[in-house]
Design a protein around this ligand. Structure first.
Ligand SMILES: Cc1ncc(COP(=O)(O)O)c(C=O)c1O
Length: 403
């Protein structure tokens, strides 16, 4: 061992593939290439003024000191109000915690509850960070593949088969990254029926994309579907994706007091409170009515349409329309095995993504990063003109492939 050896736990964690693609994009741009990035998981819209000004007012008003670790009373009130208004759920202040992004809260929850060797069920395709967070907590991620023909949703019988005496958590993400799939209230109830028989299993509902749904798709969160499981349900949410606030780093969670207290203890010894300025801005964000999202949704609906049109026009690609979020998860198995103009065969989805970046100058993510090889994730929350150009470049590049 020398002084540059990192801890053994670092062997459990891989760098985020989304960060890796962004690094590659920056490298290519530095080399003078013009790249269109459809790999990034964030809205291109500016944070709305009403929210930004609340942040500025907090700075000018000297709300710039430590707050309570789990967030200010004002923010917790706004979060409780949001859950009552949008989800019909009642939470007390001690059942709520705010953190520096939903990511931190998921991490805190896992770290606070998973003992070495305990299992966490993660339906695939999944958000890239879940398995690594579980591994860092010394748990065992149990990846359970879902089928495109099931709308990418976990079936109750598949869940029942995956549960063992070691199962500690199941993570449900709806609307889902990378597929945009949304669980209905009935589907959640059917999963809850299975979970009712396994009192050791905690349920994490990651609702970070909640308001971003197309064609008025209804939304239900797991806690609504299973009030009887409230003592072991943690609901994760935040303003990153909903309010174009990824850089403000503000997420929140609500659940039973025993779990929230444990998460708060961890947070008190790591990052303490999330930024006081972001907390003030989040209060303004959470006070906005549902109509707030309508213009964004109109734009996203058009963009979703545009990307689906590209996929439909390209032989070798197909996709189930996403019901929410801002990703299209396209089946690219028909492109695998095709030959590039340089004579190289595309061996798998990573090859397809790498080739599209080199040939079309468009960054997309390979499905393997989400635990589902043979697919591509296309994030379409980018400016209309850029998306149009990206689709044209992708279309032209795919036409250059031969069978
Ligand atoms: C499903 C899912 N959960 C959580 C997060 C993290 O959100 P935050 O920016 O609030 O940490 C993301 C971000 O990509 C996500 O896609």
């Amino acid at each position: 061992m020398n002084n540059t050896t990192t801890a053994r736990r670092m062997q459990r964690v891989r760098p985020s593939p989304t960060a890796a693609i962004s690094d590659r994009v920056r490298e290519l741009e530095a080399a003078g290439k013009r790249i269109i990035n459809l790999g990034e998981g964030e809205l291109d819209f500016a944070t709305p003024d009403v929210i930004s000004y609340a942040g500025i007012a907090a700075i000018v008003g000297q709300q710039t000191k430590y707050t309570a670790v789990a967030g200010t009373a004002g923010l917790k009130r706004a979060i409780a109000h949001k859950f009552a208004r949008d989800n019909g759920l009642t939470f007390q202040q001690h059942e709520i915690i705010a953190g520096s992004g939903a990511k931190q809260l998921i991490f805190n929850a896992l770290l606070a509850t998973v003992d070495p060797g305990q299992q966490v069920i993660i339906p695939a395709p999944y958000w890239v960070s879940y398995p690594d967070m579980v591994a860092l907590a010394e748990g065992e991620p149990v990846i359970v593949p879902c089928e495109e023909q099931d709308g990418w949703k976990l079936r109750p019988e598949t869940l029942a088969q995956a549960i063992t005496p070691q199962t500690r958590w199941i993570i449900l993400n709806s609307p889902g990254n990378p597929t945009g799939a949304i669980y209905s209230l009935q589907e959640l109830r059917a999963l809850a029926d299975v979970l009712a028989d396994h009192p050791q299993v905690l349920i994490m509902a990651d609702d970070i994309y909640e308001p971003l749904r197309y064609n008025g798709a209804p939304f239900a969160t797991f806690a609504q579907a299973a009030l009887q499981l409230a003592e072991r349900t943690l609901t994760i949410n935040g303003v990153s994706k909903s309010h174009a606030m990824t850089g403000w780093r503000l997420g929140y969670a609500a659940g039973p007091a025993w779990l929230i207290t444990a998460m708060q203890i961890l947070q008190s010894q790591s990052t303490s409170n999330p930024s006081s300025i972001s907390q003030a801005a989040a209060v303004a964000a959470l006070q906005q009515p549902a109509a707030f999202f309508s213009q964004w949704l109109e734009k996203l609906t058009r963009r979703r349409q545009r990307v689906m049109a590209w996929v439909a026009a390209t032989e070798g690609l197909s996709a189930t329309p996403p019901e929410g979020a801002f990703y299209l998860f396209a089946n690219c198995k028909g492109l695998i095995g095709r030959i590039t103009p340089a004579g190289d065969p595309l061996a798998d989805d990573s090859d397809v993504a790498r080739w599209l970046l080199a040939e079309a100058g468009v960054a997309v993510l390979h499905g393997s990063a989400f635990g589902m090889p043979g697919y591509l994730r296309i994030a379409y929350a980018v400016k209309d003109e850029l998306l149009e150009e990206a689709c044209q470049r992708l279309e032209a590049a795919c036409r250059r492939l031969t069978v």
